[in-house]
Design a protein around this ligand. Structure first.
Ligand code: PLP
Length: 378
């Protein structure tokens, strides 16, 4: 139970989770790649129209797999926003990569594709767009630049499963893409993720890397008569109990997305006039982007205003939170020589952004309470 009257996030049961978990526990195959994992793979592959999905233990681990599959070596560069979660970058730094931080667009807060080409060098081994809040990056331009320079794209789609950019699903543009099923995301299993493989050349090695560097998947399919150590790898497959939880969530995707859409639209309806009058910016969603309704954020006029608002909501037992601190200014980022002013939009947005309570079951009455407290704090 949250200590807040209105918490920031709240995991929900949306269908057959308990029944499927019970089946997974009783069914005799609770380790990885059991029947529910296979169901999740098929569901995602069919829904997104992609050749291969592999469930992982987290989005972080899917990104680590991507770094292994792209053979990232010490000294290689990856272009990545500074405004993101630490593991978008860390997964590649673990292999020895140097992060080349790109600033974000002031509207969608996504990678600013207008500065992408200037950052590409002969050492660039990956471009990593993060679809912030489940609103698509400018993928036409990003893909065009990446193709021209022959650099693979890895999409960090932790926020944007079942969102679209210009009618195409997010997560289907890059050679590889990563999803998160952490309990704060739209579709959850506690901790979990997936690697989406759009470029078939990575499929066979992805199975090996995920299975401790062995060809165990080929063995289970009867393609080899014993399995052995063939590559580097780790253990990235989740228990089938978690896959059972996730499958129930994915089956209910339309219901989940409809609920979250309602919450998002209700905030817009209640806040837009006030925002306009008070120099507050609500999320920008370009008309050609179908978002995933992952979160609702506001950009306030100043850091001071944000501090006051978060404190006032806390007094009312409502939890609102800020988001990413610029990674280029973290102790790790500074080791590569990054400093203030290197990603000015990121630095400025990071100080002013606040996220409001957002979860499937947030009721219009609770949203009314949140909005009333916001108006009162001003
Ligand atoms: C953009 C982004 N990428 C990756 C992650 C990591 O996800 P996970 O907790 O599944 O490893 C997060 C988590 O919040 C995230 O926001």
């Amino acid at each position: 139970m949250s200590k807040y009257r209105i918490p920031f996030s709240k995991p929900a049961l949306v269908g057959n989770e308990i029944e499927y978990i019970s089946q997974a526990v009783r069914g005799g195959h609770a380790s990885g790649d059991g029947p529910f994992t296979k169901k999740c793979h098929s569901l995602l592959e069919e829904a997104l129209g992609i050749p291969k999905t592999l469930l992982t233990t987290s989005c972080t681990h899917a990104l680590e797999m991507a770094a292994l599959l792209l053979d990232i070596q010490p000294g290689d560069e990856v272009i990545v926003p500074s405004f993101t979660f630490v593991t978008t970058v860390n997964a590649f730094v673990l292999r020895g990569a140097r992060p080349v931080f790109i600033d974000i667009r002031p509207d969608t807060l996504n990678m600013d594709e207008r500065s992408l080409e200037d950052l590409i060098t002969p050492r660039t081994k990956a471009i990593i767009p993060v679809h912030y809040a489940g609103v698509g990056c400018e993928m036409n331009t990003i893909c065009e630049i990446a193709d021209r320079h022959n650099v693979p794209i890895v999409e960090d789609n932790a926020h944007g499963l079942f969102a679209k950019y210009k009618t195409r699903w997010l997560g289907t543009f890059g050679a590889l893409a990563a999803l998160s099923f952490h309990e704060t995301k739209n579709f959850i299993c506690g901790e979990g993720g997936a690697l989406l493989i759009n470029d078939p050349q990575y499929i066979e090695r992805a199975e090996i890397v995920r299975e401790k560097g062995t060809n165990r998947s080929r063995f289970f399919r009867g393609q080899v008569d014993k399995y052995t150590w063939v590559d580097i790898g780790s253990s990235y497959l989740p228990s089938d109990i978690l896959a059972a939880y996730l499958f129930a969530q994915l089956e209910a995707r339309e219901h989940v997305l409809a609920q979250r859409k309602r919450v998002f639209e209700h905030y817009v309806e209640r806040l837009q006039d006030w925002a306009q009058m008070n120099d507050v910016r609500l999320p920008t969603v370009p008309p050609y982007c179908e978002q995933s309704y992952h979160m609702f954020y506001m950009l306030l006029p100043s850091l001071e205003k944000r501090k006051n608002l978060i404190a006032h909501l806390k007094d009312k037992s409502i939890l609102s939170v800020f988001h990413y601190l610029p990674l280029h200014l973290s102790p790790m980022g500074r080791k590569w020589g990054y400093q203030e002013g290197d990603c000015p939009v990121t630095e400025e947005v990071s100080d002013r952004l606040v996220r409001l309570p957002f979860y499937n079951e947030l009721s219009p009455e609770q949203q009314q309470t949140v909005c009333a407290a916001i108006f009162e704090s001003w």
